[in-house]
Design a protein around this ligand. Structure first.
Ligand code: PMP
Length: 340
């Protein structure tokens, strides 16, 4: 398939990449699914495409209609590119505190931004509630209608991974996959991929890799949603059981500190040529913990969600890291003037 009919046909079917150091250190085969190679540069293109296709199939959106979502990140970028191809407009409601880089990336993907003050979810002016109301208003007033994408509770998100990510991993490993690990934001990737893999292989182990500040690790280990600490990672961690996580249970759960995840992000960059965002570090850390728990000889797959460029001013900024008490690798400190 050398010519794709459109950019949507370039979503998914991403390579699985062997992570050499993680594999050598654990005696397992640790593989990363290269989701940063999707056209919108993240795993969320899959959910965005599935949400739009599902809405089309149900007659919830018509040509010229508007897709509305409250999001600061990758889902908005995915929705914007899918919308452009399918003939819709995209409005992203975003808290004004989000970085200029992110706002610019969304605009370059074709989204219109509505900036709102950053207030908690309990406040009716929270960006998610504003997005929902805006979608309802546009649906009632615009002739072509509007769709609230609602990624957290829209099961078309999880279904994308049931139908694509999970089956791809199974066939790419020729069924040899023994474990799958990833973090959860909406939970679509974790629950959907787990569903597809469990249906194909009894006894396969599924693990949650949770950042600090998320309530899910406590929920799956003690039964109570309880969040402690905080994380500089973005797009992952969750304070509730979303509809996409409903009915799902991992076999293992790990809480990964930022220092452990960042060390892995930096090593993947320096040792494997993989420039990745923070959630990929949380995921590979979880894959290494599962590998150690299962013992040598197993094949563990995780998700490389997006790339480093989206986090240049944070994860790769020594002042930002120091301000949060995180270790700064020597090479990141080195100025160009230090060259011999
Ligand atoms: N990593 C990044 C960078 C993300 O943007 C997201 C999506 N919020 C995730 C991981 C988690 O994916 P999911 O929503 O499928 O749980």
């Amino acid at each position: 398939m050398s010519i794709r009919p459109d950019v949507l046909a370039a979503i998914g079917a991403t390579p699985l990449i062997r992570l050499h150091r993680a594999s050598e250190e654990t005696g397992c085969t640790i593989l990363g699914k290269a989701e940063f190679l999707n056209p919108g540069l993240s795993v969320k293109d899959r959910a965005a495409l599935s949400i739009v296709r599902d809405a089309e199939a149900r007659g919830l959106i018509r040509p010229g209609g508007t897709i509305v979502e409250g999001t600061a990140g990758n889902t908005g970028i995915g929705l914007a590119l899918v919308a452009s191809v399918r003939g819709y407009r995209t409005v992203i409601v975003i808290p004004e505190t989000q970085s200029a880089e992110k706002k610019e990336t969304l605009r370059l993907a074709g989204a219109r931004l509505v900036e709102v003050p950053a207030v908690p979810f309990a406040n009716p002016d929270n960006y998610v509630h504003v997005a929902r109301r805006l979608a309802e208003r546009l649906a009632a007033t615009e002739s072509a209608g509007a769709l609230f994408a609602n990624q957290f509770d829209n099961l078309a998100n999880r279904q994308a991974h049931v139908e694509t990510t999970g089956p791809e991993i199974f066939s790419q490993t020729q069924g040899a996959v023994d474990g799958f690990v990833c973090a959860a934001g909406t939970g679509g990737t974790l629950a959907g991929t787990a569903e597809a893999l469990r249906a194909r292989k009894a006894g396969l182990r599924i693990a949650l890799s949770d950042p600090e500040g998320s309530a899910l690790h406590a929920y799956y280990t003690t039964g109570t949603l309880k969040a402690e600490g905080s994380s500089i990672t973005e797009g992952i961690g969750q304070g509730r059981v979303t509809a996409n996580l409903d009915g799902f249970r991992p076999d293992h759960s790990y809480r990964i500190p930022d220092a452990e995840a960042l060390d892995i992000v930096f090593r993947l960059m320096r040792e494997e040529g993989l420039s990745l965002g923070g959630s990929s570090g949380i995921n590979v850390a979880g894959a290494m913990r599962l590998a150690r728990e299962l013992g040598p000889g197993h094949t563990i797959v995780t998700i490389l969600c997006d790339g480093a460029a989206r986090y240049a001013s944070k994860l790769f900024n020594p002042d930002f890291l120091r301000g949060r008490g995180l270790p700064v690798p020597a090479w990141l400190e080195a100025a160009p003037g230090d060259l011999p």
